[in-house]
Design a protein around this ligand. Structure first.
Ligand SMILES: *[C@@H]1O[C@H](CO)[C@@H](O)[C@H](O)[C@H]1NC(C)=O
Ligand SMILES: *[C@@H]1O[C@H](CO)[C@@H](O)[C@H](O)[C@H]1NC(C)=O
Ligand SMILES: *[C@@H]1O[C@H](CO)[C@@H](O)[C@H](O)[C@H]1NC(C)=O
Ligand SMILES: *[C@@H]1O[C@H](CO)[C@@H](O)[C@H](O)[C@H]1NC(C)=O
Length: 446
């Protein structure tokens, strides 16, 4: 098995690789595990064909690691068979003690500036086709050009049908839209297709300032709303269930509810156009930390504009493809088509025989928790990633690495401050539950 980076050595791919390597993101430095992670990262698990010496090295490093950190073992640490029997643990995060003196650093927003506009009506773009699609009918040429970080008008969902046609989906009430336009900092989530229970943020962890300043928005479809109502959970007179402001989405733009869930997940800058910051949390998780402290730690302190966690287990996109097929997560043909397309655009197996290739295992994310500043680079990246999901499969972990590396390759002069943090940090800020209808996880023993 192999990891996927843009390979060194393929003649015509040479610059592709060089750019990609130079542009890999900052990997977060959760102090607690720093040393361990370094050691481990030097020998990517399952990404190479293991020779005996590599195995020995892994074991030695792993033993050393264990003796340092004992049972506080982050799951991505090392041995596959061990990892699969380990509880994935959370780790300590040195959040500020309180939000009292929290301020956005003044030089934080000195990021690349350019302006993005979004196509909302394709008729004005002289297309003869007309079956309104939420994601539009982006051509491959438009797709290619959209990756350049510069003033541009691009597809980014929310395409309207012409007058007299049904909308292309994701319909919201005027009142809710007005509310959403007023938000400056947002925590959002969604449940479509009644796939999860509603998890309220842990109240005791949320400061009074955040309760006052932050919009907590839960998007539900009508099916989920009626299911909740039948279970006795209904919004109060302000439209809230606990801290969540409930917003009903009608006419979901995709029949695949997982794909529909990618709209609020990626496009918070479109749904909340006045917001400077947003935090996304999957509905399988309960928010367990203060949103302002989250922004301070994951964005401001690290000078990052987009923070997402590294996958707890998988490092290689290829491995992710196999896993998706093994678990039958998605139509195999569609996965293959997407992957062939990416390969034809330069995505190739990481060449582990090339000792000069810096290996950084960062191309599979765990996207259930994302903190973002709504900067131009961050917004553009979100649109690009969304467009991949719209064009191909809803399995966003398959497109993340490709989208990121292509984005970097095409904008070598623009900084994009992506930071990928440790899975144990994600577990610290959000408590994980199983989806509705899934059996509880079998207790695991170390
Ligand atoms: C992982 O653990 C198993 C069983 O303990 C062992 O056989 C295998 O060699 C280990 N693999 C590595 C990479 O250390
Ligand atoms: C932003 O400010 C920091 C610190 O002052 C500086 O290191 C960095 O180069 C600046 N970035 C841009 C894009 O101006
Ligand atoms: C981009 O748009 C901004 C206004 O939105 C303008 O000030 C700037 O000059 C434009 N840049 C280029 C290169 O056209
Ligand atoms: C799987 O995907 C392929 C290609 O996108 C499509 O032609 C086929 O109809 C799909 N199969 C199912 C069962 O949805």
């Amino acid at each position: 098995m192999a990891s996927y980076l843009f390979r060194h050595g393929g003649e015509e791919r040479r610059d592709f690789h060089a750019d990609a390597a130079a542009a890999l993101p900052v990997v977060s430095s959760g102090v607690r595990f720093r040393r361990g992670r370094r050691l481990v990262r030097a020998v990517p698990r399952r990404c190479r064909s293991g020779s005996a010496s590599v195995l020995l090295l892994v074991s030695l490093l792993f033993l050393g690691y264990l003796s340092f950190y004992g049972r506080r073992l982050p799951a991505h640490a090392s041995n596959e068979s061990l990892a699969s029997h380990t509880h994935y643990l959370s780790c300590q995060i040195d959040f500020l003690e309180s939000v009292d003196h929290i301020i956005e650093p003044t030089d934080y927003m000195n990021v690349s500036q350019f302006s993005l506009e979004y196509i909302d009506d394709e008729n004005s773009h002289e297309r003869d086709i007309y079956k309104p699609r939420f994601g539009g009918h982006q051509t491959l040429k438009e797709r290619e050009n959209s990756f350049y970080a510069r003033n541009e008008t691009l597809h980014c969902g929310f395409i309207k049908g012409p007058k007299g046609f049904p909308t292309a989906g994701f319909d919201l009430n005027k009142k809710d839209q007005d509310y959403m336009h007023s938000c400056k900092v947002v925590v959002s989530s969604c449940i479509f297709g009644s796939s999860d229970y509603l998890r309220r943020p842990t109240r005791s962890k949320i400061s009074a300032l955040s309760k006052d300043q932050v919009c907590f928005v839960m998007f539900l479809d009508e099916l989920t709303m009626s299911q909740l109502a039948s279970e006795g959970t209904a919004p109060d007179e302000r439209g809230n269930i606990g801290l969540w402001r409930i917003i009903i989405v009608r006419n979901l733009p995709y029949t695949d509810v997982r794909k529909a869930g990618k709209v609020p997940k990626f496009l918070s800058h479109r749904l909340f156009p006045s917001a400077s910051y947003s935090i996304w949390i999957d509905s399988k998780m309960r928010l367990n930390a203060d949103p302002l402290l989250i922004l301070e730690y994951f964005l401001w302190r690290k000078r990052s504009e987009y923070a997402i966690s590294i996958h707890y287990d998988r490092r290689c996109v290829w491995e992710e493809v196999l896993q998706n097929k093994r678990l039958n997560k998605y139509n195999h043909t569609a996965i293959d088509e997407q992957f062939m397309f990416y390969q034809s655009d330069g995505l190739v197996r990481f060449d582990d025989s090339d000792k000069n290739t810096p290996f950084r295992a960062v191309n599979v994310p765990e996207g259930s928790f994302i903190a973002r500043a709504h900067t131009p680079m961050s917004n553009l990246f979100s649109c690009l990633w969304f467009n991949e999901v719209d064009r191909f499969t809803s399995r966003d972990q398959l497109s993340f690495g490709y989208t990121f590396l292509k984005f970097r390759r095409m904008n070598p002069e623009r900084e994009f401050r992506l930071s990928m943090f440790q899975d144990c940090e994600r577990r610290r800020v959000a408590k994980l539950f199983h989806h509705r209808g899934e059996s509880p996880p079998v207790p695991r023993i170390l």
